[in-house]
Design a protein around this ligand. Sequence first.
Ligand code: WTA
Length: 693
Amino acid sequence: MSEESPELEARLAEQDELEPAESFAEQANVSDPEIYDEFENEWPDCWRQAADLLDWETDYEQVLDDSNPPFYEWFTGGSLNASANCLDRHLSARGDEAAIEWIGEPVDEDNRTYSYEELHREVNEFAAGLREMGVEEDDVVTMYMPMVPELPIAMLACARIGAPHSVVFAGFSADALATRMNAADSEYLVVADGYYRRGEPLDHLGKANEGLSGVNHEVAATVVVDRLGPNNDDFGHGLTDNQYDYDAVVAGHSGAVVEPVDRDAEDMLFLMYTSGTTGQPKGVKHTTGGYLSWTAWTSQSVLDIKPDDTYFCSADIGWITGHSYIVYGPLALGTTSIMYEGTPDHPERDRLWEIVEDYGANQLYTAPTAIRAFMKWGTEYPDDHDLSSLRLLGTVGEPINPRAWQWYHQHIGDEECPIVDTWWQTETGGMMVTTLPGTKNMKPGSAGPSLPGVDAMVVDESGEPVGAGEAGYLTVEKPWPGMLRTLYRNDERFIEEYWEEYSDTDSDDPDDWVYFPEDGAKVDEDGYITVLGRVDDVINVSGHRLGTMEIESAIVDVEGVAESAVVGGNHEIKGEAVYAYAITEDGQEPSDSLRSQIESSVQDAIGPIARPERIVFSPDLPKTRSGKIMRRLLENIADGDKLGDTSTLRNPDIVQEIQQEATGDWSAERVSPPRQPHRYCDNLFCPPAVSII
Ligand code: WTA
């Protein structure tokens, strides 16, 4: 982070609030701040505005049925089809406009543009193919696919025939695929033979086949997309008996027209498995009417998407961000959505900027982890490109530290683009806490207030609101249309995981039910919420609760530090102490001066209590293949314990290096017996919002 100007340094010291540029506010989809009061006064009827963005086959009778909390129903009595809303209704006005701009990772191959007309055609053909294979309404179809256009096509084809999809991130293991197919009793699979990562073709079908061998019921059909062409030959997989070539399926139904199935608003649109604190992943169930309204409304009001825009979200569709904000939200609005197969550093570290320039992207939605990588690489990469088409920037997935925020604002947004820092989860379906960019000032490092009509609060252990600046727990006090309806086939776990903590579970009164997202947060006097991270990542130092992410943010705010991870380690006196691992930027040597800068940065940001007990400089952090830091291993190292499983790491060798760096006086402070380990969110089920693997 040695690249910034002295002005940025000065601004970081001074500025904690920024007004969006007038030029943005003037053209914004939502520019009247009255919307907050209006939605509060008219709740829940305010959500008609979201439903109005869709075409309904049958009008709904009731906006919200809250007679059986927490099993809320939205837009009851209404019916619609998600594929018809994302495709058919745009054909007359926008049939020739691009729906998806697909960019493959290899630079020397042809990228593909799908107009709404073309996308509609292929979705129909594939829907007909799925039907012929036996897929019926309500059958769960699993997709284990990289970022190829056939993934959104398959999703929309399923939506068309009323078959819920369950997309499994391509970076997950064969076991993870089997677990998810078993959990959903899914008898159909759509895969790709492979994809490209940093120039190399990867064998994906081999992994899928391995996964299929772990499925404990009969799999009726697997459709294989030929992504690699002749590059697949080396892997030597033929198609087995019930495996079909995607192109042949589509060609076999050339010109087919499949009437969109009329789905009840509350019918399941898709399942998405996400991490749980215990073993089995949770099958988050989203519905057709509520989810689609939510993603359409937030795409319009937060991302400011207009039909003529070209919009770029760099997430992977294998995660919820890609579902909501590459596929459903943008296509429901009839815009052009960019889909990029590869990593941001291939073939060069300017790949995303090249895409923004070449396609004239108007919005960029990415993750803080990516922004920190861009900072590390330096400003010469964005500086080489014309990024003036950008009108708005967004981030999602983790807290963004003010320094990274300012870098994004200055070097990517040219200080003109508002930044929306959007807090939400797989379970919420779409954005919940963020500024409406045309109406609210931005505060770097804070996501913002709840969206209008969303009632997020920060409370203490007994559920009482905390004072401004105090840390507490994030809750959502009212239902919202995009909310998960349950965990698939496990209503009990749904209640346990999200509601029990702050609700009176014996009550029928919806006011007694509070949703708990398991995040820590604080709120300022203007109602701006800063999310501190998962509460299962909280460290308790001498009785003070500290968010690891908050400390990490302060550490990476130090010039010369690229990345950091903080864990709680045993401490004789304090119970737990902060143990910090820091990666320096290229060309920056670890030093005592850097160490003391880190200490003061943490002290300044949070207080002396959060000052790290130990700081270990290391060349990298142990990361899973999905890019999450394996904090549990770092905790093992801090405690001088035997290391846990390292087999899921993409860089297992680093652990020993860190251990060597850290050994010695660390173990001196050990207490015995060791306390319970943290339930760190570091397993393969825990998704980053953006794929930079
Ligand atoms: C975290 C991703 C701070 C949070 C859309 C949440 C964030 C978890 C933010 C959900 C943000 C997401 N600021 N933290 N803007 N956005 N998170 O299900 O801890 O992959 O609970 O959904 O990411 O992750 P998930």
